[in-house]
Design a protein around this ligand. Structure first.
Ligand code: SF4
Length: 406
């Protein structure tokens, strides 16, 4: 339920114990999931977790009448005359009047100050294989405690999670999960990492940063799964707080970003360069959509850009599109198209080019670029062998980039 706030009431409240605020949240069990899955808003999240390894931990509590526990002052904004503000978190740079929200719908101007409405406001939580993100060179075979809030700063026509990304926080059921609780749940469930995923972590930036700190205090890493549509200053600060960032590079053309994403390509490319510069582990996913971003020229341009600006060792995943959301008129990507993209990227000199969403395809495996032997064997999200020792190929001792040990 939507609630109007008095400006005097927007100070951050004291953190409450999750068991007090939403007692059922602790009951992350199958019964709770079944209850949650009966809510339409979460059905997509459940559906996204088909697979023998996916332990579903989704839970939805009834919408809170007083949601002040989710409010924090936002970072990265500028105060303007007449109580307006300009948001400096993402390249959209929304200018927002008092009592209005930015494009993402989760950040609100209240009396000339800017607030996030989704701190600790989790709409779904799952334990996923890290390979599902996908991150192939980051703690392979481990699981990630994965969370999301509502909202997104773009509107991709192929979005798989539009039920949570294209809504305001009041339109979906959520649970209160403060950072300390998230870190403890990750630890209790033996997850070496917390993943910020499903929707767009950029728009719940403050929560990501706080969870990353809480996780690190308990020895848990943080990985961000993002479209990379973020400004440089917040990104640079984020790079100092998280351990891996997977970027969905949605196309290699401004036209696609304008028409299909409602975003821009250039800031995403700039973000990739910055992530690389800061030494945060990075992988790129390129969802190949028939007729929209699958030309040889685009595969070649993307591959050349990655090699020259990021280097040949950044993994690139060409993944298969399935009809979703506003692109149900297109067919699934033919496997041959993915193989064509991989062949072009290989020929351009990229060392780790994968094919995704095609379980059992040989291009799910990792091959040493020096001796060409298979060094990580995968089928879907299952790892059957890792032949990397101390960051080197077990056969020829060639260094293999990535984060291989906890
Ligand atoms: S983060 Fe949200 S409010 Fe800020 S500029 Fe981006 S879309 Fe606008």
């Amino acid at each position: 339920m939507s609630k109007k706030y008095d400006l005097e009431l927007v100070e951050a409240p004291p953190i409450q114990e999750v068991s007090a605020a939403v007692p059922e949240l602790a009951a992350f069990d199958r019964r709770a999931f079944l209850k949650a899955a009966s809510y339409p808003c979460l059905a997509v999240c459940a559906g996204a977790l088909i697979g023998p390894q996916a332990t579903v931990l989704s839970y939805a509590a009834p919408a809170a009448e007083d949601d002040s526990q989710f409010i924090r002052e936002a970072r990265f904004y500028e105060k303007l005359p007449y109580k307006k503000i300009k948001c400096r978190l993402c390249p959209r740079e929304c200018v927002i009047d008092d009592r209005e929200r930015g494009y993402c719908g989760v950040r609100e101007n209240r009396g000339g100050a800017y607030y996030t409405l989704v701190h600790s406001r989790v709409v779904t939580a799952h334990i996923d294989p890290i390979e599902k993100k996908p991150l192939f060179h980051f703690l392979p075979g481990t699981i990630a405690f994965s969370i999301a809030t509502a909202g997104c700063n773009v509107n991709c026509k192929m979005c798989q999670n539009w039920e949570i990304s294209q809504v305001r926080p009041e339109q979906v059921r959520s649970s209160y999960a403060p950072p300390q609780k998230v870190a403890e749940l990750a630890q209790t469930n033996k997850c070496p990492s917390i993943a910020y995923t499903y929707s767009e972590p950029v728009i719940f930036y403050e929560y990501v940063a706080d969870c990353a700190d809480a996780g690190h205090a308990l020895g848990t890493k943080s990985v961000v799964i993002t479209g990379g549509f973020i400004q440089q200053d917040p990104l640079e600060k984020l790079c100092r707080q998280v351990d891996a960032i997977k970027v969905d590079l949605k196309a290699y053309s401004e036209k696609f970003y304008k028409e299909v994403v409602n975003g821009q390509l250039k800031p995403v490319l700039d973000a990739l360069v910055t992530i690389r510069k800061h030494g945060v582990w990075n992988e790129i996913v390129y969802l190949v959509i028939p007729t929209l971003n699958d030309s040889d020229a685009e595969f070649k341009g993307l591959s050349r850009w990655v090699k020259s600006e990021l280097g040949p060792d950044v993994p690139v995943h060409f993944t298969r599109f399935y009809p979703e959301y506003l692109l149900k008129n297109l067919p699934p990507t033919p496997v041959e198209t993915l193989e064509r993209g991989k062949a072009i990227a290989d020929a351009e000199g990229l060392h780790y080019v994968y094919i995704g969403n095609v379980p059992g395809h040989p291009a799910e495996n990792t091959y040493c670029p020096n001796c060409h032997k298979m060094i990580v064997e995968r089928t879907g999200f299952t790892i059957s062998a890792v032949r990397i020792h101390k960051g080197k190929c077990q056969y020829c001792r060639h260094p293999i980039p990535g984060v291989w040990g906890v």
